[in-house]
Design a protein around this ligand. Structure first.
Ligand code: SF4
Length: 118
């Protein structure tokens, strides 16, 4: 099986072709200009990850929500589970930029961090 990808690791956006075995193992990566592209392709085909950015409810602040993000990319398959946890949490003001509001969300190893103050 072959999967076509565009590398998003830099603005060049190389078009890559990834050959996969029947079990999903990466057999080869073609079209990448550098090693980062190969690493991106392998990650994307075996354990795709994304940064999660959203908002979280705030109690008693000048705004009702604070923007947050994960401290590191998390597996795509955990996105909905993490969003459910975040949507069910309410943090008390004041919130400072960089505050860790949830530690190790859904055992991903990522913290939920405030990206602004309220
Ligand atoms: S393969 Fe390398 S040069 Fe091409 S888009 Fe990815 S990071 Fe950029």
């Amino acid at each position: 099986m072959t999967r076509d990808l565009i590398c998003v690791s830099c603005p060049l956006g190389c078009s890559m072709s990834v050959e996969l075995s029947d079990s999903g193992e990466v057999l080869s990566v073609k079209g990448n200009t550098c090693k980062r592209g190969e690493q991106y392709a392998i990650s994307e085909c075996t354990n795709p990850v994304r940064m999660l950015t959203t908002t979280m409810k705030v109690n008693g602040g000048s705004l009702n929500v604070v923007p947050v993000k994960t401290s590191v990319p998390i597996p795509k398959g955990k996105m909905f589970e993490c969003m459910e946890v975040i949507n069910n949490e309410v943090v008390d003001a004041p919130v400072a930029m960089g505050d860790v509001l949830i530690c190790n969300i859904c055992d991903t190893g990522a913290d939920i961090v405030a990206t602004n103050k309220v």
